[in-house]
Design a protein around this ligand. Structure first.
Ligand code: CP
Length: 335
């Protein structure tokens, strides 16, 4: 894996073996965080959030601090010179002078892609409007790996706002690269997965609008929030609000070994009574996000310390020979 100096803008920017290596590194970090606690000493991460966030911003913040680095930035552009009329291009160029890596969330699709051309330090897209959320995908992959022990041959149901939900747009493209996965897209007609995404998928895609009927077949149910902030009118949101609510009752239809994922935040689409079900893994998913972001920061900064990789980790499919070699060389310290 050689991710040093690269941007992360789309969920498909990394190859399958690069994703495998990141997952294994996240796993190693989660098993021995103390080993990595000074890895980023002297490094500065800039965190520029032009849109609200709890998990992404704070998990990046926690990730960098747990690696011994420091964080600068803002959670609301109103407190930056943006409010004096400074262009975002000038802000990013300036912030690059103070930091080693930049994490950015912006409401406009492809804004981080455009800004990345202005700088040479790594820029991580932490969500660009309804387009992509690649680091959520990394968190999702690590979560699936933890619970299902594979990323292939899975029946995955995506439920809710598949039109505006960027986490689904990012994840489905990556899961499509693994063999034997099938996708059931459960949404109201007005919130279907965009055709421009479906047309590029090679896996089987089933479309439906009833959650209950599909649950018995699913290995993973990926619930999403109706994205109120992306609707053109309040009325259109009101028409879809509360369309799907997963309850304890409906969980009776789910397989014993199914997992329920959600990128969070949730509003009402998963009833709190589901939280105590062992199949509900969305808070573990949030935790996985922090470890995965630690792995990502280390990798983009070129501080890729692999302390120990368990032999049973090597099953991840598909798994290219060259990454197997690197991961097979256990107890190795790089960088
Ligand atoms: N999953 C996610 O992106 O959550 P936040 O909007 O709270 O960052």
């Amino acid at each position: 894996m050689y991710l040093k100096g690269r941007h992360l803008l789309n969920s498909t920017d990394f190859s399958i073996d690069e994703l495998s290596s990141l997952i294994h590194l996240a796993e190693a970090i989660s098993e021995n965080p103390a080993y990595y606690s000074e890895s980023c000493k002297g490094q500065v991460m800039a965190s520029l959030f032009y849109e609200p966030s709890t998990r992404t911003r704070l998990s990046f913040d926690a990730a960098m601090k747990r690696l011994g680095g420091t964080v600068i930035g803002f959670s609301d552009p109103v407190i930056s010179s943006h409010s004096k009329g400074e262009s975002i291009e000038d802000t990013v160029r300036t912030v690059e002078c103070y930091s080693d890596i930049i994490v950015m969330r912006h409401p406009e699709p492809f804004k981080p892609h455009k800004l990345s051309k202005l700088i040479s330090n790594p820029l991580i897209n932490a969500g660009d409007g309804s387009n992509q959320h690649p680091t959520q995908t990394l968190a999702d992959l690590f979560t699936i790996y933890m619970y299902k022990k594979r990323l292939s041959n899975l029946k995955i149901g995506f439920c809710g706002d598949l039109k505006y939900g960027r986490t689904v747009h990012s994840l489905i493209k990556v899961m499509d690269r693994y063999e034997g996965n099938t996708f059931t897209c459960i949404s109201p007609d007005s919130l279907k997965l965009p055709e421009e995404i479906i047309k590029d998928l090679r896996s089987e895609v089933i479309k439906c609008n009833q959650l209950e009927k599909t649950m018995k077949d699913l290995d993973i149910l990926y619930m999403t929030r109706i994205q109120k902030e992306r609707f053109p009118t309040a009325q259109e949101y009101e028409n879809c609000k509360g369309y799907y609510i997963l309850t304890k009752e409906e969980m009776k239809y789910a397989k014993e070994d199914a997992i329920i994922m959600h990128p969070l935040p949730r509003v009402d689409e998963i009833h709190e009574s589901v939280d105590s079900d062992k199949r509900a893994v969305y808070f573990q998913q949030a935790r996985a996000g922090m470890y995965m972001r630690m792995a990502l920061i280390l990798s983009l900064l070129g501080i890729n310390k692999v302390q120990y990789v368990r032999p049973e980790s090597l099953w991840l499919e598909p798994f290219l020979d060259d990454s197997r070699q690197v991961l097979g060389d256990r107890c190795q310290v790089q960088g």
